[in-house]
Design a protein around this ligand. Structure first.
Ligand code: HEC
Ligand code: HEC
Ligand code: HEC
Ligand code: HEC
Length: 145
């Protein structure tokens, strides 16, 4: 009986750590916006959880809903960037008129991700946060190009 109990305990611990492991895996997002019928670049693997748990970045540094110029986003609100940033141009997007640029999806991602990475690397005298194309666009499989 004692033996059966300890076998059950070990089994439960193994199962629980496996479940936690699988859940942690899901915190990595392969960003694949449906606004792009064809991707021209490999997809981007984004370690979502590491950004807030390990790098200490606030949800509001990436997620927003602006009301009277204030970011009122709360957990449970919209997280999909393309719901609002639905301007799909991926070439010469910086030549779009300003109001369209603000809603351009590629610029929304690049300004948010690369903007912070540049600043972080500069302030910490490091190159730990990727700023090259190949540093982010790494996933060739599943790319619907
Ligand atoms: C460094 C930027 C960044 C930070 C910090 C961040 N997120 Fe996200 N989050 C994203 C991006 C990018 C997506 C994917 C958006 C897309 O595909 O359009 C996302 C997706 C999500 C999703 C939907 C996918 C999923 O995992 O269920 C939720 C919910 C979410 N974030 C909540 C949060 C919360 C809560 C925090 C703070 C604890 C947070 N995020 C911090 C950038 C970030
Ligand atoms: C609920 C709608 C909404 C969602 C969802 C949203 N945005 Fe925005 N975002 C806006 C609006 C509106 C502005 C323009 C604010 C202004 O006029 O300055 C903006 C501005 C920005 C800007 C600054 C303007 C620029 O082009 O540099 C960035 C960067 C940005 N968003 C990135 C993102 C990212 C990344 C996501 C997803 C994680 C996201 N946004 C989700 C509505 C949204
Ligand atoms: C507000 C700051 C900030 C924003 C916004 C941000 N990052 Fe980061 N990112 C960091 C920091 C800090 C590191 C870690 C540097 C280190 O390891 O010390 C990092 C590291 C990374 C790495 C390499 C390590 C890893 O976790 O895989 C990738 C890839 C990455 N970011 C992708 C993205 C993408 C894609 C976005 C936009 C959706 C994004 N980041 C938005 C701050 C940011
Ligand atoms: C910090 C991370 C990061 C870096 C560095 C980066 N990108 Fe991106 N890029 C993204 C994210 C995230 C998306 C949104 C991907 C999606 O929605 O599928 C994106 C989208 C794009 C798109 C539109 C989608 C597509 O596949 O056609 C193009 C084009 C693009 N990037 C080109 C580049 C080029 C060229 C460079 C180098 C000069 C670069 N990116 C550097 C994160 C990055």
């Amino acid at each position: 009986m004692k033996r059966l109990v300890s076998v059950l305990v070990v089994f439960t611990v193994v199962l629980a750590s496996w479940v936690i492991h699988v859940r942690a895996q899901e915190e990595v997002i392969i960003i694949n916006s449906s606004l792009y019928k064809k991707h021209t670049m490999p997809l981007v693997k984004f370690n979502h959880q590491a950004h807030f748990d390990d790098y200490g970045i606030d949800c509001l540094d990436c997620h927003h809903i602006y009301k009277n110029g204030e970011n009122v986003w709360e957990d449970g609100d919209e997280t999909s960037c393309e719901v609002c940033h639905n301007e799909p141009t991926v070439k010469n997007e910086k030549r779009l008129p300003l109001p369209q640029q603000k809603l351009n999806l590629k610029l929304a991602f690049h300004n948010n991700c690369i903007g912070c990475h540049r600043k972080y690397n500069h302030e910490n005298n490091t190159q730990a946060a990727p700023i090259t194309c190949q540093g982010c666009h790494t996933i060739k499989e599943g790319n619907n190009q």
